[in-house]
Design a protein. Sequence first.
Length: 383
Amino acid sequence: MTPVHLTLNAGSSTLKFRAYHADDHRLLLRGLIDHFGAGDASLALDFADGRRESRRLADTGRERALPLLLATLADAGLVVAAAIHRVVHGGRDFAAPVALTAAVREQLAALSALAPLHQPTSLAVVEQLAETRPTLPQIACFDTAFHAKAPALNQRFAIARHWYDEGVRRYGFHGLSYAAIARRLPEYGLADARVVVCHLGSGASACGMVAGQSVASTMGFSALDGLMMGTRAGLIDPEVLLYWQETHGMDIKAVRDELYKKSGLLGVSGLSSDMRVLLESDAPEAHEAVELFCSRAAREVASLSTAIGGLDALVFTAGIGEHSAEVRANIVARLGWLGLALDASANHEHDAEIASPDSSADILVIPTDEEGEMLAEALPLLA
Ligand SMILES: Nc1ncnc2c1ncn2[C@@H]1O[C@H](COP(=O)(O)OP(=O)(O)O)[C@@H](O)[C@H]1O
Ligand SMILES: CC(=O)OP(=O)(O)O
Ligand SMILES: [Mg+2]
């Protein structure tokens, strides 16, 4: 059996995993469970020798994912030598990768309410592994870490100061994705540039960075703020929450469910949280959901450009950002007043520069590599 470092990235609609050779860190297997935990879940595997497999999953519960994954690895002659987990919320205390001791796991579990779609799933996998393989090294890499050095001003809400001291601040998420993009900016001569990255997946956020460092992000205290997402509302007037509680008697769980699971693309379209389904639909509600998604994204790109003092490049990444030319074109068209313009044919490429020659700023599609970033961050701890 070949020992591997296994990366686990539990997103809101997917579970992505990769097996890297434990000695030379070659990528051996790439896997994706799509519609993770839903009735129509599927598994896709991509082997280093070019072989591909995919199938529908009959037993779709999230708690069944780890045994399935370990069996898949065993079939491929791979055995886990270390597990590297994406953990969405590091809170005030974790701004760097950390070994997942029992004490650390307890601290991270206390943050679950701030990331209900992610933290419980990731930590359940960690616990399952800790139970069956108590001596297995397990490392957590955090979505929040990349933003920890953002200017204090951009981490502050306009509320009384003592809340900040208590940890009520803008943390920002998708940091592993942004760090992976930042690593690639020098290839495009953008090492010192002012860049806005749109991470558009089931969860969606945007980050303004300068010289590869986070300056401001659309996500805040939780992964609920900012852009419209698959099932999350993004920016919302907080009075709506009070109205729900006061006028409709909704308790905290009901409000949370509304904001995290019934809003966003799903809520507005009444049809699906999956952008692919909405783009193919003729329903006016689906069209309106896509328009609102693109409008919110364009507005936040302009806002983040102010936070970073101008815009040298706009980058699209993640499930929607990488794969939907239509969404990219819609967002960039709304930013035409800033001088941004796409090359319509280049816009259909993946991992490419897609701006027209007369665009005021570069526009790029860069595939995210959260797993590669996790491996790079965890290796020093595993050495
Ligand atoms: N070809 C495509 N066109 C439009 N959207 C796509 C395409 N492929 C994937 N997506 C969307 O990407 C989203 C998933 O993004 P991803 O970043 O993988 O999610 P997660 O938030 O679970 O990590 C889904 O909404 C899916 O509809
Ligand atoms: C933080 C977050 O929303 O992550 P994802 O997009 O993977 O669901
Ligand atoms: Mg994701």
